[in-house]
Design a protein around this ligand. Structure first.
Ligand SMILES: Nc1ncnc2c1ncn2[C@@H]1O[C@H](COP(=O)(O)OP(=O)(O)OP(=O)(O)O)[C@@H](O)[C@H]1O
Ligand SMILES: [Mg+2]
Length: 686
């Protein structure tokens, strides 16, 4: 059941029906114009005092909100009770975020971050890093001038620049931040983001989902009654969709879904390939082998794509892009919006599946969504708006800048946590993927289902699989497939020192804790000894960028095969238990069992054991039936001995029941008539 929290205070930047009143209009700071006024105005203050200190001299520790984006980053903070964009030293162009997500290293050892790094990227593509967010949580590294950097370090450089600009703006030290992540970021990607903050000298007091931050920026009007809100985010590198319920001041995340490898950058690549192919056809020169030409082309196609959101055609113009033996070559190529739309259509189509999934996880159909909120630069494109309109049958909301709102929402969360914003609201997000552990037979046993509200704790009790087992390995995984090997391994740890007792006796309590940042802590406790072993999942290395999307589609593709495999594993586990229980019974009853019956039972038990060991799953079902029959004969024999009854009628009844079962198997063609007759004879002792 989703956890719900109160959305209580009447925040001034909420977009409510009352926004129509002039008073409300003037207080809404999150449109581009109004934020610009608030952020750039105060910097030019003659008193030379930091802007944020103008009207309040008391120094309260500020928690800044940071939107760490694939293409660009923005930051905001609560000033005088209102979220305010933090101005970036280099200034900001219309519709752009303050800090482009670029980091570069110069020959003389200088580090460039943001706009200065972006400006020189075409000249020094080899020493410039971009799109690093797509590599967060992976083992990817970049090596420049002989030094190797992790994605966390590169993101850390960007975050440090933001911290410095925030300190200059606020006139005080900034050491705490709320950072946003795509709702569909997995555990490793979240951990990496937290680490990047720490590398930058920022304590990351909370990671929040970008979609949820967006909902914060919009505000949710409790006077409107029950509403279903869908935030559709398409950024530079990621897409995410979150469905929320709001009503009566209660705010609940119902489901979330997305793709961490889908965004405006892919649109740029589609256009770039089209232009490069055309250039090659005309000039027999492949621009893709020339890094500098590629960087120039990448910038030019992005600019064209952005322009085509408001114009119907444009021209990509890159003089001296290449040269052959005869002369230099210019690239001049007109592009229409229709052409761009045909190129990006497959990318838009890929958005459909995560939206379907979020809806089905929330148990909704498109028409049940009351408000559609769009966030991220590419949602300014007419084709993206059309997609949303036709899918949901309604016009998406207007009034909040789709590029700034993530940082604004993060600042509101920072304000709530720092006590500057009086609100009972605590953000409740949900787990993007199912978490669980590997159990007997390689089965993935679910601990916390996907789309469960966090923070959450779950405990389940497990036991040993063999006698005298003194250690248990806990293998933690994330994914949607029934077999462990098909999911993402997050880490393993061992609980040892378990008392050497019979199989099935130890009680091992395994607990999963997901904190408000979506980070997983797992512990295992032996109830007998009280011994505990735990781990905070930090194993980023097991995760590959494409894993989640691949696993989702594989889960569907392999559903049937998985079902069969699961059935085999269940059969094996059941047979294993029958052999164990059967042997135990023979041992416990000792001489009370007639030797001929004991021999027959032991034989079938051994046969079943061998079948399991040799993986002959097709024979398990039949042999299990035989074992069942033999064991029930033993039980009956014992009962009759106990009650002094004759063994004939009971034995015959049981044999008759078995024969009936076998006949049913023959009728289903699982047994041939010959096999059936042979077994029947054996059961009747003929
Ligand atoms: N008017 C526009 N039309 C089309 N695309 C645009 C427009 N403005 C910005 N973009 C594109 O939006 C992308 C950047 O959007 P945004 O800043 O929301 O992403 P991000 O936060 O950096 O990435 P992400 O959220 O995926 O990590 C870029 O690909 C940029 O080209
Ligand atoms: Mg973004």
């Amino acid at each position: 059941m989703p956890v719900t929290k109160k959305w209580s205070s009447a925040l001034p930047w909420r977009r409510t029906k009352a926004d129509e009143s002039p008073k409300q209009k003037t207080t809404a700071p999150i449109t581009h114009e109004s934020t610009k006024q608030k952020t750039t105005g105060p910097v030019a203050n003659e008193t030379d005092k930091p802007a944020a200190k103008r009207s309040s001299e008391s120094v309260v520790e500020k928690i800044i909100g940071i939107d760490l984006g694939t293409s660009g980053c923005a930051a905001a903070v609560i000033v005088n009770g209102e979220p305010t964009l933090i101005p970036i030293a280099e200034g900001v162009g219309i519709g752009e975020k303050g800090v482009p997500s670029y980091v570069a290293f110069t020959k003389n050892g200088q580090l460039l971050v943001g706009e200065p790094a972006r400006r020189q990227a075409a000249l020094n593509p080899e020493t410039t890093v971009q799109l690093i967010k797509r590599k967060m949580g992976s083992d990817h590294t970049v090596t420049i001038f002989g030094r190797t950097y992790t994605p966390q370090q590169i993101s850390g450089f960007i975050l440090r620049k933001i911290k410095n600009d925030a300190e200059a703006f606020l006139g005080q030290k900034v050491s705490k931040a709320v950072i946003t992540v795509p709702s569909y970021f997995n555990d490793a990607q979240r951990q990496a983001t937290k680490d990047a903050g720490e590398i930058a000298g920022l304590e990351v007091v909370r990671l929040i989902n970008e979609s949820t931050a967006t909902a914060f920026a919009y505000g949710l009007d409790k006077t409107e009654g029950e509403r279903k809100i869908l935030v559709f985010g398409l950024g530079g590198g990621t897409m995410g969709v979150t469905i929320m319920d709001s009503g009566g001041g209660v705010f609940t995340v119902a489901s979330t879904s997305g793709d961490t490898q889908l965004g405006g950058t892919d649109m740029d690549s589609a256009l770039l390939n089209y232009v490069a192919d055309d250039f090659k056809a005309q000039n027999s020169i492949d621009l893709r082998v020339d890094k500098m030409a590629m960087q120039r082309l990448r910038e030019a196609v992005e600019k064209a794509k952005v322009e085509l959101s408001t114009t119907l055609d444009t021209t990509i113009n890159l003089p001296f892009i290449a040269a052959d033996v005869n002369s230099h070559k210019d690239l001049v190529m007109p592009i229409t919006r229709a052409k761009l739309e045909s190129l990006v259509q497959p990318i838009i189509d890929r958005c459909r599946e995560p939206v379907n999934r979020a809806l089905s996880d929330a148990g909704l159909i498109p028409v049940q969504i009351d408000h559609v909120i769009l966030v991220g630069g590419p949602t300014r494109m007419p084709i993206v708006r059309r997609f949303a309109e036709s899918y949901f049958g309604k016009t998406p909301e207007w009034g909040v800048d789709p590029i700034e709102c993530v940082a604004v929402g993060a600042a509101i969360q920072g304000g709530i946590m720092g006590g500057e914003v009086k609100s009972g609201l605590v953000l409740i997000d949900v787990t993007p993927l199912t978490l669980g552990i590997e159990t007997l037979g390689g089965v993935f046993t679910e601990m916390i289902k996907r789309n469960t509200a966090v923070p959450i704790s779950r405990t389940k009790t497990f036991t040993s699989t063999s006698d005298n087992q003194t250690r248990i390995e806990i293998h933690v995984l994330q994914g949607e497939r029934p077999m462990a090997k098909d999911n993402i391994s997050l880490g393993k740890f061992v609980l040892d020192g378990i008392e050497p007792v019979k199989r099935g006796e130890p009680q091992i309590e395994v607990s999963f804790d997901i904190d408000a940042n979506g980070i997983v802590h797992v512990s295992a406790k032996d109830k007998a000894t009280g011994k505990v072993q735990n781990v905070t999942i930090r194993n980023a290395m097991g995760l590959k960028d494409e894993d989640i999307g691949r696993m989702r589609s594989e889960a569907e593709q392999f559903a049937d095969r998985d079902k069969r495999l699961m059935k085999d594993v269940e059969l094996k586990n059941r047979a294993d238990k029958i052999v164990f229980d059967g042997r135990k019974m023979l041992l416990e009853q000792g001489v009370k069992i007639p030797s001929s019956l004991r021999l027959v039972t032991e034989n079938v038990l051994t046969e079943l054991e061998q079948i399991v060991r040799n993986n002959r799953t097709c024979d398990i079902e039949m042999k299990t039936l035989e074992v069942d029959a033999a064991l029930s004969r033993v039980t009956q024999d014992m009962q009759q001995a106990l009650h002094g009854e004759t063994s004939v009628s009971g034995g015959q009844q049981s044999a008759a029941a078995e024969i009936e079962k076998l006949a049913a198997l023959r009728d289903k063609s699982i047994l041939t008539d010959e096999e059936f007759q042979a077994k029947k004879k054996r059961l009747l002792g003929l």
